[in-house]
Design a protein around this ligand. Sequence first.
Ligand SMILES: C[S@@+](CC[C@H](N)C(=O)[O-])C[C@H]1O[C@@H](n2cnc3c(N)ncnc32)[C@H](O)[C@@H]1O
Length: 438
Amino acid sequence: MTKILPKIDMSIISHFIGEEMGLFFPENKWVELERGLKRACHAFHYQDLNTCVQWLMSSHLNQEKTEILASCLTVGETYFYRDTKIFETIEKDKLIPLIYERYKSNRQLRIWSAGCSTGEEPLSIAMTLNRLIPDIKNWNVHLIASDINTQALEKMSKGVYSQWSFRNVSPSIQSSYFKEIGPGQFEVLPSIKSMIKTFYLNLSQDVYPSLLNDTNAMDIILCRNVLMYFSEEKIRKIIKRFYHTLSDGGWLVVGCTECYDEYYSDFVSVRINGMTFYQKKIESLKSNVTDPPIQRKKIVIQPESHSKELNDIETIENYANAGRLNDALKKCDECIEQYKSQTEFYYLKAMILIELGQDDLAMQTLKSVIYLNQKHIMAYINLGSIAKRQGRINDSNEYCQCALSLLQQLNPESVIEGSGGVTANKMIDMVGIMSNAR
Ligand SMILES: C[S@@+](CC[C@H](N)C(=O)[O-])C[C@H]1O[C@@H](n2cnc3c(N)ncnc32)[C@H](O)[C@@H]1O
C-alpha cells in the first residue's frame, strides 16, 4: 500500500524535483505532485511510495529516471481543437496569410507542436492545413511534433482515438478525417497522419534549434500547456531557445495561462481576440550568419579535423536555422568538395535536402554517408523514414533493422551522433515506434 507523504517531505521532494528537473511544484500544487509520484512509484515498480521517493532522491536523476518522472508528473491531457478560439485565430490570422505569402514564393511551411502529448494538437493543425490548401501534395509542409513521453508518442503513431478526444470537434470534421474502426474508436486517415513527423525531445535539454532534428527556421511553434510545469529559470531558457528556433517574423503560441509578457521580452507581443501571440522581432532580419552560434555542438568531428571545419558546420547550421536552405546547401557542396571524405557534410546536406522536399536526392546523399561510414545510425533511420513516406514499407523496415542492430551494440545512455542529443535507448524506442506504425 502507498502511504501519504508528510508535509516536510513534500517540501524536500518539491525542492529536489525543481533542482534536478526544473519542474515547479509550489505548496498549492503538492496534491498534484503526490499524485504524480504515485504514478512514478508504479512506473518504477515500487510497492511503497516512501521507499520509491527515498530511492529517487538517493542520487542525481539520470536521463531515464528524469524522463519517466517527467511523464508521470505532467499531465498529457489534450483533445482535438482544444481552445476553439485559439485554433480559429491561428487559422484566420496566422495560417491563411502565411499560406498566401508562401503560395507566391516557395510553398513551404514549418510548424512545430512542442509537447504534443498524444497528437491531437498537431493533428488539428494537419486537418486545418489539409482543408486550407487544396493542392497540399505540391507543398513542402514540415509539421513536426515532439514530446518527452514515449508512450504518448506511441499512441500518436497508432493514430487511434476515443470519442472523448473529439469533444470539441464537429461531426463533419470527425467523419471527414477519421474512420470508425470499432465501437467508439476512430483512426485518423493515413494522408493526415503522414503529414506529421513525430519524435522524442526533452524541452529542458539544449538540443534545439538544430537542423539534425528538424527544429530550425520554424514559422510557428505551438507549446501550449507545457511551460506551466517548469520553474521560472527553465521557462526563460526554453523561451530563449524557441526564439532562436523561429524564423524572423515567426510566431510562438503558448497556453492562455502561460502568457507572462515579462518572459517574452525578446518577442513582440500581439493581442488578437483577447489572446496573446508572440512574434519574433523583425529587426533580427538583419542577423548575420556569422553571429555567435546559437546551437551547442552535437556533431562529433574526427580528431584530425580542425576549427575551420567546425566553423563551416556552424555556418551551415546558422544558414539553415535562419531558413536560408539554398545557401546552406551551397556551403555543404563547397565543403564536400573541400573535405571529400568528411561524413558530417554529406549528412548535413541530406538533412537540408529533406527539408527542401528533395527526398530522392536526400536518399542518394544518405547512401554516400553510409558508404563513408557503415555505422552511421541516423543515416539508416532517415533512409527508413523516407522509404516509409514513399510507401516502400519493406525497404523502410530493412533500414530500421540495420539501425536497430547498430543501436543494440551501444551503451544505452550514449548519445547518437547526428541525432540532436537522443540516447541509444530512446532511439531504440523511436525506431520501434516508426517501424511498427503503419
Ligand atoms: C497537457 S499536455 C499538452 C498537450 C498539448 N500541447 C495541448 O495543449 O493540448 C503537456 C505535455 O507536455 C509534455 N512535457 C512535459 N515535460 C516535457 C519536457 N521536458 N519536454 C517535452 N515535453 C514535455 C508532457 O509529456 C505532456 O504530453
